[in-house]
Design a protein around this ligand. Structure first.
Ligand code: SAM
Ligand code: SF4
Length: 580
């Protein structure tokens, strides 16, 4: 039988991107192939995000569209992975019977088994339906299915079985998804043996899987319980992976040509592994629950011989995997960021001087209601400390900082908003992600704090912050003009991508875009890239555009670090010339 084709779409953060990569590797190893077209897929998977309502709405609308697809091709399987599966559970199936499989972020290792179940169940349901179609009509069809709409006796669907296609859709959804759901709950109970670690450990690493850059998870989950945030509920408790697993994964990635690694965690600087308390199951060291501590400090209070702190981990990767030329990490939590980490970054040249360290608000009253655990003064003290240690433009190594802000949190007044503007002025982020507050069911803010900032006020404050950040980004960017920087080439620019895809469609030109075929049956690379605009990033994560030199192909440059002289800047990007 031809391999089943999977369409996988990812919503949300880098953690979801990594999960999707791991899931794809697992499915590929089992013989599944991938398609970019939903209409060609036998299996449609959405890896979802619940952090804001908007991200969920996109998935609801995709699922709505899939209903017609499934009526036309009843053997197709639809799966919802990630945060929505964890959060919405059976409600999701009730609302969207098109869903066959649900798989929360904590059980992605079980996805192949769940998919296999779903495929088999649909096949047997189809066979039943086929048999029924050959038998005389059965008038009591819906008696044992209370609450299920019989579809008013609609006509046979495309596969040829008779009876209600809606009925089939709903019954099958219930039968298949409940299997997934049962598995989901029981796997939560089995969390002591951390089977999810096997997913990271079994990561398929081959030069074809990347374009020089990769994510590596170091912690999962979060213990912070910021009052607006679903992550502690969808991703569970903070858990740290054994350092040896992380370093070995970095080595395998480097051996396959990766030169840039981004370490991932919701509170990445909380990483700590206490070897004295390590648990081994079947010879495999298990990830460890985070031990909490309170109060700001300059050094991990548990550091010592038997503990690998975040600072130790960074130094280990730097020492043991020198092929990794850029080591970065996201997202940092402003409190508990020790001087020990800053010192390690300063002393190790391949650790990027870039921090993504969200403040969320510039008002102490709002920060307290958010349960962020620090004040504006403490946040700014941290930034000053980080800049004093790491901002060295004179040796070509400036520190760049990015932040997140939530605008219109419950009770946010005009003075609170002004305080956030003042924080932006002081923080001088190279960019910040500004989100309008989105009330999330299940969080403390949703239950206890009225969403009392009117939407037009949220919108106006949001626009003011965006305009202010744009002005700040413009001045931060302008400081790079005239410098020659090492940049990591990620691919051709969006502009070129669009041009190339258009050309391949309308003129039959064969090309690859960012190391991958731009169209399914296109293989040959662009031969001479002279003048093709490339997109790259500085150590500080600033985007740089430059024209590829003649005689090269984009694929020669992608995944490499090259030198570019910066000629001009815009608020969010630099433009420069390749320096041979
Ligand atoms: N762990 C990171 C931290 O605390 O800095 C951030 C992780 S969160 C998935 C990413 C960002 O989404 C947050 O920094 C916050 O700005 C935003 N966010 C989270 N919940 C939100 C909500 N309910 N409404 C609006 N933005 C939200
Ligand atoms: Fe969410 Fe706060 Fe944890 Fe970040 S630190 S993931 S915002 S609960």
């Amino acid at each position: 039988m031809a391999s089943r084709r999977v369409y996988l779409e990812t919503f949300g953060c880098q953690m979801n991107e990594l999960d999707s990569e791991l899931v794809s590797g697992q499915l590929r190893a089992l013989g599944y192939s991938f398609t970019r077209e939903r209409d060609e897929a036998d299996v449609i998977l959405y890896n979802t995000c619940s952090v804001r309502e908007h991200a969920e709405q996109k998935v609801w609308s995709r699922l709505g569209e899939d209903k017609a697809r499934k009526l036309a091709r009843p053997a197709m399987v639809v799966g919802v992975l990630g945060c929505m599966a964890e959060r919405d559970g059976t409600d999701l199936i009730r609302r969207m019977p098109v869903v066959d499989v649900m798989c929360g972020p904590g059980e992605l290792d079980k996805l192949p088994a769940l998919l296999d179940n779903a495929v088999r169940t649909r096949e047997s349901l189809l066979a039943d339906a086929q048999r029924n179609a050959e038998e005389p009509e059965q008038p009591e069809q819906t008696r044992d299915e209370p609450g299920v709409d019989s579809g008013n006796g609609s006509s046979p669907v495309a596969s040829g079985f008779s009876g209600s296609s809606e009925f089939f859709l709903k019954r099958s959804a219930r039968q298949v998804a409940l299997q997934g759901n049962a598995s989901r709950r029981s796997s939560t109970l089995a969390a002591a043996a951390d089977t999810l670690e096997m997913l990271d450990l079994s990561r398929s690493v081959s030069p074809d899987d990347h374009t020089g850059s990769a994510y590596v998870r170091i912690t999962r989950g979060c213990n912070k319980f910021c009052t607006y945030c679903v992550v502690p509920f969808t991703r569970g408790a903070e858990v740290h992976r054994p350092p040896r697993h992380i370093v070995d994964e970095c080595k395998r990635l480097a051996d396959s040509g990766v030169v840039e690694v981004t370490l991932l965690g919701q509170t990445v600087n909380h990483y700590r592994f206490e070897h004295g308390a390590a648990v081994t199951v079947g010879g495999v060291a298990q990830p460890q629950k985070g031990r909490s501590y309170t109060g700001g400090h300059r050094r991990d209070p548990f550091s010592g011989d038997k503990t690998t702190t975040f600072a130790d981990l960074l130094a280990m990767i730097h020492e043991e995997v020198p092929q990794i030329q850029r080591l970065r990490f996201v997202t940092s939590y402003p409190r508990d960021f020790g001087d020990d980490v800053l010192a390690v970054i300063r002393e190790h040249p391949r650790i990027c001087r870039y921090l993504h360290v969200p403040a969320q608000s510039g008002s102490n009253a709002v920060l307290a209601r958010m349960n962020r655990g620090y004040t504006v003064e403490e946040y700014l003290e941290f930034l000053d400390r980080a800049r004093a240690a790491l901002h060295q433009p004179e040796i070509g190594r400036p520190l760049t900082v990015a932040g997140d802000i939530i605008v219109g949190f419950p009770g946010e007044t005009e003075p609170d908003h002004e305080a956030t503007k003042a924080l932006l002025e002081r923080a001088r982020y190279k960019n910040s992600f500004i989100f309008k507050y989105s009330p999330r069911p299940g969080t403390v803010a949703f239950d206890k704090l009225a969403d009392d900032v009117p939407d037009e006020v949220k919108r106006r404050r949001n626009n003011e912050l965006l305009a202010l950040q744009l002005r700040i980004s413009e001045t931060v960017s302008a400081e790079f003009v005239g410098q020659t920087l090492d940049v990591f080439v990620q691919g051709v620019s969006r502009r070129e991508e669009k041009k190339a895809i258009k050309a391949s469609r309308y003129q039959g030109i064969a090309l690859t875009v960012n190391g991958r075929a731009a169209a399914p049956d296109v293989e040959a690379p662009v031969v001479d890239a002279a003048g093709v605009q490339m997109s790259a990033r500085t150590e500080g994560d600033v985007i740089v555009f430059f024209d590829a030199p003649g005689g090269s192909s984009p694929d020669d440059l992608i995944g490499r670090i090259v030198r570019v002289r910066i000629d001009s800047s815009t608020p969010l990007a630099l433009h420069g010339r390749f320096e041979p």
